[in-house]
Ligand binder design. Structure first.
Ligand SMILES: Cc1cc2nc3c(=O)[nH]c(=O)nc-3n(C[C@H](O)[C@H](O)[C@H](O)COP(=O)(O)OP(=O)(O)OC[C@H]3O[C@@H](n4cnc5c(N)ncnc54)[C@H](O)[C@@H]3O)c2cc1C
Length: 379
């Protein structure tokens, strides 16, 4: 019989959350004498995602970024709004840059074990893989819980998208400025937008995205991208260099409900995707820092009652998108027209005061927000 392998910490899934957590372990001397495993079935050699995020000033991933912008535009159905960033930059990181960097860093640490296996079951401190069985004092699991798909009580909005990296024959783009959201090309009264990330004058990532309660027919994305590129960007001649697609769940589901003091869900599976935006890259950084701090105190992170207000705001916005999906473009236009972008970024980063939060929501659409607050309170 094969001998069970024992670890202090085991991370299930070597994706964004798993690799960020492992990197944090190897950057802190507290974990030097811990045996740490990452169990991941894939080789992580494909550029399967492009992560974008905003942050103020320099950040820990700057050396591996593809591009960044200090200027951006928001196009609503009615208004063109230049965004005031005031110190924030919008940064673009191809996932392969991140995987290569993380794998190289992790390989320098003899106490970190990268295991190619697929976890099938976790019971107590035992982890069953397709190849072997492992035991671990602490388990960090980035698999999305099965209960999420079946759950009918939470509010869930899906963010399906498709993007093309295109190259044009002539100069077309301003690499200093990007389009954060463009709502001018609608589809059947649904909340949908396009964004444009120019890498140089002839190359850009153009993505078409929905925020919808149910998936939309796959055939729509290519048509919308073609339409946007020719009618809005006025580009006639281009070639598609790369394609990116995916679906991000934005949900009020309690991903953390199976957590205990030795088993913690992380990443999308742990609710680390901000449910009102679908962004999770920076949130992962914050959650990893909280987790590492707690582990050093032999505990797990707890969210205070007062901080839970941000979950409530997320739910209020999700509820609007769920109940009145066609209102999305108007809601986002008002939000960005009446509040400066840097204040919204601070709010979405959950760093605002209660007064700042009320102001942002008041400036957006009082009646709609009040009605949604009542709906959410009644649930
Ligand atoms: C295409 C795409 C683009 C995105 N762009 C952005 C963006 O611009 N900005 C942003 O903030 N967020 C973005 N997101 C959302 C989010 O940041 C990513 O989904 C992110 O990768 C989530 O991190 P994660 O670790 O939870 O999941 P992943 O990075 O997907 O990692 C999960 C890992 O678990 C492994 N795994 C799965 N099953 C098992 C198993 N049974 N046993 C062991 N391992 C297993 C998988 O192989 C995978 O490597 C994007 C999402 C997608 C899909």
């Amino acid at each position: 019989m094969a001998k069970t392998k024992n670890f202090d910490y085991t991370i299930i899934g070597g994706g964004l959350a798993g690799m960020q957590l492992a990197l944090a372990f190897c950057r802190d001397a507290f974990f030097d004498n811990k045996q740490i495993a990452i169990i991941e079935p894939e080789a992580k050699v494909a550029n399967d995602k492009t992560w974008c995020f905003w942050e103020k000033g320099a950040g820990q991933w700057d050396a591996i970024l593809l591009h960044k912008w200090d200027k951006g535009m928001f196009y609503g159905p009615e208004k063109d709004i230049p965004m005031n960033f005031e110190g924030y930059s919008y940064k673009m990181l191809p996932s392969l840059n991140f995987y290569n960097y993380a794998k190289a860093e992790l390989a320098k640490n003899a106490n970190i074990y990268w295991i190619r296996d697929r976890v099938t079951k976790v019971k107590g401190n035992e982890i069953k893989g397709a190849q072997e069985t492992y035991e671990s004092k602490w388990i960090f699991d980035s698999r999305v819980p099965e209960g999420f798909e079946k759950d009918a009580n939470s509010i869930t909005i899906l963010q399906p998208f498709k993007g093309w990296v295109i190259e044009t024959e002539n100069d077309h783009f301003d690499p200093e400025s990007f389009t954060f959201m463009d709502y001018r090309l609608g589809h059947e009264n649904k909340t949908c937008f396009t964004y444009v990330l120019p890498i140089n004058k002839r190359k850009a990532l153009v993505e078409f995205t929905f925020f919808v309660p149910e998936l939309v027919n796959d055939s729509i994305y290519d048509k919308k991208l073609e339409e946007f590129i020719s009618n809005t960007l006025h580009v006639d001649s281009y070639s598609i260099k790369e394609i990116e697609e995916g679906v991000i769940p934005m949900s009020s589901y309690s991903f953390w409900k199976d957590n205990n003091d030795r088993y913690i869900k992380i990443g999308t599976g742990g609710g680390w995707v901000k449910s009102s935006t679908g962004y999770s890259f920076k949130n992962t950084e914050r959650k990893v820092a909280e987790l590492v701090k707690a582990l050093k105190l032999n505990t797990i992170p707890k969210t205070s009652f007062w901080r839970k207000r941000f979950r409530f705001y997320d739910e209020v916005l999700l509820n609007i998108l769920h109940q009145q999906n066609k209102k999305g473009p108007e809601v986002f236009e008002r939000m960005y027209a009446k509040n400066e972008a840097h204040k919204i970024f601070k709010f979405l980063d959950e760093e605002t005061t209660f007064a700042e939060e009320l102001k942002i929501m008041w400036n957006t659409d009082q009646l709609l927000f009040i009605k949604s607050v009542i709906d959410v309170l009644k649930r």
